[in-house]
Ligand binder design. Sequence first.
Ligand code: MG
Length: 157
Amino acid sequence: MTGFGYDVHRLAAGESLVLGGVPIASDFGTVAHSDGDVVLHALCDALLGAAGLGDIGEHFPDTDPRWKNAPSSTFVLHVCTLLRAGAWSIVNIDIALTLEAPKILPYKQRMREGIAELLALPVARVNIKATTSERLGFIGRGEGVACYCVAEIVGAS
Ligand code: MG
């Protein structure tokens, strides 16, 4: 089964920026209830979508104090628990991160390794692509960051 996830967060000066679980050195960070990690949020939605389990907002509502200030890795681990309960195994993950700055290349391998560890997958099964928006639109103006993710999962039987 295939699932698709998409997430956007607003960027503002002085906020922290965490992408794929990795703190990024930047003057701009995400404005969010959580850590605003668009990569892990898109990943959760892709996995939930593949398993037919709705979306991240249903599982981790803003209003639930259980998830307040939780790192997004907590969401990923919870989604993995749901997948295991449904006897699903993850085949591979492909992520496309879109932001104008800073350059993501120095962080990509750490993101891959961290996500692979969260998902208990070999690093080769997790791919991360990063691109700018060619200075076009809200991403191009540095007002936000977006992430797309596709996940493939397979049933145990
Ligand atoms: Mg989000």
